[in-house]
Every structure is written in C-alpha cells, then in structure tokens.
Design a protein around this ligand. Structure first.
Ligand SMILES: Cc1ncc(COP(=O)(O)O)c(C=O)c1O
Length: 413
C-alpha cells in the first residue's frame, strides 16, 4: 500500500472534536460563489451559460500597467516593502486623493497600501471592532462587511435602504438604531449591489449624524471611478469634520481592471492609522511589491483604455436597463458600478427562485438579492461586467424567460 493511502486511512479513523468556533459557524459561503459553482458545473456539462454573477471587469488590465509589473519583476523588486507601502506610490495616491477626492492625506502617515479593498476592509473592521461593539451596516449592502464584523465578535445592526428612496438612507431610521454601543457605520458608495450613489446633500446630512453621535465611518469607495451620466462622486472624508472619523477605502480592481493584482489602499487620520497599520502588519506585512509598482504606473497616466472600458460599461448598462424597463420589471437606473438590481416580485417569485430558475432553465447566472440582505429578498443582482454580446444574449434569454413565466401565471389565473 502507498504511504499516502495509509496516511489517508489514519486521518479518517481519528475522532476529533468540533473545532469550528461559534463565530465561524455564522459565516456562510456567499450566494455568488454558490451560483458561480452551479453555473460552472452546468458549463462543464456542455450548457451555454451567461455569467451575470461575477463582479469583476471582463477586460484585461491595460498593457502599460502589465508592462510596469513585468519591468518591476525583471528589476528584482521582490522584497517586502514598508508596511504602509512604497512611499512613491503613497505620494501618487496622496496627489490623486487631493485632486479627485478633495481628501488631504499625508503620504508619510495617513495612507496605507493594502491587498485590495478587501484587506483594507478586514484590517479596518478587525482593528476597530471589539467584542460587543455595534456596527451599522446597510441592508442591502456588500456582504463581506457583515462577515468581518461577526469574525471580530461585533454585532451587525442593519439599516434598511429602500428602493422607494432609490436605496438612500432614511436618517430617522438610522438614528433610531444608534445606541451607546454603536461604534462604526459602514457605507458603500457607489453601492454594490444597487449601483446607486449618495449625492452631496444626502452625504452632508449623513455626516452631521455621524459627528453628532461620534461615530467612525468606513467609506468603501471601490467604485468611485465607475460612474455614468456625468454624476459627481463625493468622498465622505472630504466633507467638513469627516476626515478625522472616516476610513476611506479605494481599490485598483474596478477602476483599472486589476482584480488579480490584489491592490488597493486606505486613507485615515494619523491617529486612526496608528491602530490600523498594526492590524495590517500582523495580517499581511505589506501589499505585493511588483503589484505596487503596477499601481504606481496606473496612477501615472490618463489612459484611453480606461475611458473605453467605461464607455463599454455604459453601453451594456443601457442594454440591460432598457430591456428590464421594456419588460416592466421595476429597477433603479444604475448611476455607478456595474450592477442592476431589479425587483422580480412582479413575476410571482422572490430573488432566490428567480436566480435558480433563470440559471437552470435559460442558462443565465445572477445573484439573489438576499445575499446582500433580507430587505432585498425580491431583488437580483445582474452584473454587466460581461461582454456586450453576452449582455445582448442574456437579455434575449430574459425575454424568453419572462414570457414563459407570465404565460404560466396566466394559466394559473
Ligand atoms: C464594494 C466593494 N468593496 C471592496 C471590494 C473588494 O475589491 P478588491 O479587494 O478587489 O479591491 C469589492 C469587490 O467586489 C466591492 O464590491
């Protein structure tokens, strides 16, 4: 018998206690992963699948950025960098934050380069949340925040964002959820999953509440550059009195189609950074050295490729939004990011049933709204980070699916 077989048998024979901590039992695999797994399985069986579940641009990273990563590697830049990230990159980020976001962050002490926005989020939540601290999260909202708060043994408190208000805050509801234990509010603007943006006036009103209740805010602005119709992205930290209490998270993933580089950053006041940097250092030491050089190149040039990418998203957005409108499926017109978030209850089903049937019957994968919160159980998230051809084909299949469902409904009545 092979030694590896013996080791396998021994492994199976041991009785072990349940090592999974209670906090991890609360963390489930996201619906996106489940949908993706089923879609990939169907594809492997030969089905033609349209992928509207994936939240990453389908474009390859622009060549000048890939070249910079190659040059960096060839030059042997393979050592750890400062925990904060390369100073040259932090200086470029500081200049960009000042010019585009009106945030004034000292490159020496108020900027930290991270392993994508996701690590920035983990570092911020794990460093700031103590057991029992309450954290205000939006429902619907970007689901990893909820998991991070639970891993930190914090208590997520959900503030609903209703479609009727175009997924904006009801400040009265927000205030009613604030207690003496509330420490932090997480704001994802522009929003994944709804594709909406909070405008300057609403942000100003929100910031007034945060200041009055002495709350910290994580402002996840990963989609700050993927915006349409000339909308203005306003960074929360640029508003009076907010820099001191805001951790701003930005990412290269969506803006430059650099998801696989795993590179992002956060900006926070020096005193907050002294807390965050220790968590980041213990978790990852620093972001990947040559990915940092690629990020520096990305910031160094206005690229036609990026504008072409935005134009392509815009075109796809129209295809999907127009089809949903034509089919009379209620949906907000996305202002940013690459998601449409229709409410499918008019088809006599909730988001889970819709996502399951649309995938199994017509081969189109999208994410049930419940993945982003109970408030969105009747929605589905359609990502148009897919080619125009796929968007057109996906919408043709949607028409067939909706016709079939409406015919079934007609037969029942
Ligand atoms: C709102 C939001 N924040 C952060 C992230 C993380 O992005 P990354 O870690 O690739 O920078 C994502 C990814 O989808 C996102 O949608």
């Amino acid at each position: 018998m092979q030694p590896s077989c013996l080791s396998w048998i021994c492994r199976r024979r041991q009785a072990m206690r349940d090592y999974e901590p209670e906090k991890m039992k609360k963390i489930t695999f996201t619906g996106i992963r489940r949908v993706m797994a089923r879609a990939n399985q169907l594809e492997a069986e030969g089905e033609s699948i349209i992928h509207f579940e994936v939240g990453q641009p389908d474009f390859v990273t622009p060549k000048y950025i890939r070249d910079a990563a190659c040059v960096s590697l060839q030059a042997g830049n393979t050592r750890y960098t400062s925990n904060y990230g390369n100073l040259a990159l932090r200086k470029a980020i500081s200049a960009k934050l000042e010019k585009e976001n009106h945030i004034f962050a000292d490159p020496e002490s108020e900027i930290m380069v991270t392993v994508g926005g996701e690590e920035a989020m983990a570092a911020a939540v794990l460093a700031l949340v103590d057991a029992g601290d309450e954290v205000l999260l939006t429902d619907p909202g970007y689901s990893p925040y909820d998991s991070m708060v639970k891993i930190a043994n914090g208590i997520p408190v959900y503030v609903s964002l209703d479609e009727s208000r175009n997924f904006n805050f009801d400040l009265q509801e927000l205030e009613s959820k604030i207690t003496t234990k509330t420490k932090l509010l997480v704001l994802c603007n522009p929003s994944n999953p709804t594709g909406t943006m909070i405008d300057r006036d609403n942000l100003a009103a929100l910031s007034e509440v945060c200041i009055r209740h002495d709350l910290l805010v994580i402002a996840d602005e990963a989609y700050e550059r993927v915006i349409y119709d000339g909308n203005e992205h306003v960074s929360l930290a640029s508003l009076p009195g907010m820099f001191e209490r805001t951790i701003t998270i930005h990412s290269f993933s969506k803006s430059y189609s650099m998801c696989g580089f795993r590179i992002g950053y956060l900006a926070a006041s020096k005193s907050l950074m002294q807390i965050l940097i220790r968590c980041h250092q213990k978790m990852v030491l620093c972001a990947t050295s040559f990915a940092q050089d690629a990020a520096l190149a990305a910031l160094g040039k206005e690229s036609d490729e990026m504008n072409r990418m935005l134009d392509a998203f815009d075109q796809r957005r129209k295809v999907i939004y127009d089809t949903l409108t034509e089919l009379k499926i209620p949906c907000n017109r996305p202002q940013a990011a690459f998601y449409v978030f229709p409410n499918v209850s008019c088809l006599g089903m909730d988001g889970d049933q819709f996502a399951l049937r649309f995938l199994e019957e017509n081969g189109v994968a999208c994410v049930p709204g419940r993945d982003f919160g109970e408030n969105a159980k009747n929605n589905v998230r359609i990502s148009y980070a897919a080619s125009l051809e796929d968007c057109l084909e996906g919408m043709a299949r949607l028409k067939q699916f909706v016709e079939k469902v409406r015919a079934e409904e007609g037969e029942k009545s």
